[in-house]
Design a protein around this ligand. Structure first.
Ligand code: GFB
Length: 310
């Protein structure tokens, strides 16, 4: 990419899309195309086709998706599979029709088999049964990866796929029902402190292990790969370190200054026991994460205090 390349960020208002826009604008990229949901309904095949005919972007970051935490996935599987298939089919196919130079598709660490060996290597994809709580989302995302690889093979396109671990950072979803664990606990501990509550209820046993990458690191890695990687194989993007959810809760409790008790609501699902990514392929390509978890949580809490309104 060069500073005048026409770059389309699908999903520019989301956690990942907004981090990509921040990074690219800071680097001086001046031809970034963003469309709100009202301006362009990515579920509408004709609208997406018209957009690509009109804009013909050189590069596309496909960061638009229907995403959510373990409960949202478990309770809305039809929405997760339909919307994600529809969005990615529309964008990938029209990027091919309008000769987009390069497209980056975002998978997720949660689409690997539930019980595959750890740390998870890219070649473990599709080698075992999926985690039930988010199987619909995972099947859609796997289809997106396979579609990029099929178009590359048949049409000689350059549609690369990356596999981020659990992400967090500014502009995240802090809704307590549909969000992921880190933003949910940040908000729960903060509100409990402000309201003088004696306890915070977290979901599950706290035993599952999770890896967390700050979204600014993810954006940096995606731009690095857009510029330096064109193979057909997927690339894991993570820190290579994980911790128990219980320890994450203690870290967030310390950051927010909450002094009460943590209660475990074991009626809520734990999900995958562990999903630590093997990031040796990414490291061999020359990229490493920079933001450690404690600093990242502090940065996110500072942003939350400045910007979050219920
Ligand atoms: O982040 P999370 O919702 O998604 O849950 P996954 C991670 C772990 O945190 C689970 C526990 O064991 C939850 O039970 N947890 C504890 C909480 N307290 C809370 C809370 O207040 N809210 C939430 N949400 N969790 C997702 C997939 O799995 O990973 C998505 O379902 C996506 O599709 C995402 O791919 C990256 O990490 O378990």
């Amino acid at each position: 990419m060069n500073l005048s390349s026409k770059i389309y960020i699908a999903g520019h208002r989301g956690l990942v899309g907004s981090a990509l826009v921040r990074n690219l604008e800071a680097q001086g990229f001046a031809n970034i195309i963003c469309k709100t949901r009202d301006e362009l309904d990515l579920l509408n095949p004709l609208a997406v086709a018209d957009f690509f005919v009109a804009e013909k972007p050189d590069h596309v970051f496909l960061a638009a998706a229907k995403v959510g935490g373990i409960l949202a996935n478990n309770e809305h599987p039809a929405e997760f599979i339909f919307e994600n298939l529809q969005i990615q089919n529309n964008i990938i196919h029209n990027a091919y029709l309008q000769k987009t130079k390069k497209l980056l598709f975002l998978g997720s660490s949660c689409i690997y088999p539930r019980d595959c060996p750890q740390p998870i290597k890219e070649e473990y994809l599709l080698t075992g049964p999926l985690e039930k709580t988010n199987e619909a989302y995972a099947v859609a995302k796997i289809a997106g990866i396979k579609m990029c690889q099929a178009y590359n093979k048949q049409y000689d396109t350059q549609f690369i796929s990356v596999m981020p671990t659990n992400l967090y950072g500014q502009n995240d979803n802090f809704d307590l029902e549909s969000s992921h664990v880190l933003p949910a606990l940040l908000r729960k501990f903060h509100e409990a402190k402000i309201e003088g509550k004696k306890e915070v209820v977290m979901w599950g046993t706290g035993a599952p292990m999770r890896e967390f990458l700050h979204v600014d690191d993810l954006a940096d890695a995606c731009i690095f790969l857009m510029n330096n990687y064109s193979d057909n194989e997927i690339v894991n993007i993570g820190t290579g370190e994980d911790l128990a959810i219980q320890d994450l809760a203690l870290l967030i409790k310390k950051t927010t200054g909450f002094e009460g008790e943590i209660i475990n609501d074991t009626s809520k699902p734990d999900g995958t026991p562990k999903k630590l990514l093997d990031v040796s392929r990414l490291h061999s390509l020359g990229w490493q994460h920079k933001i450690n978890l404690e600093d990242g949580i502090a940065m996110t809490y500072a942003w939350f205090l400045e910007n979050y309104t219920k």
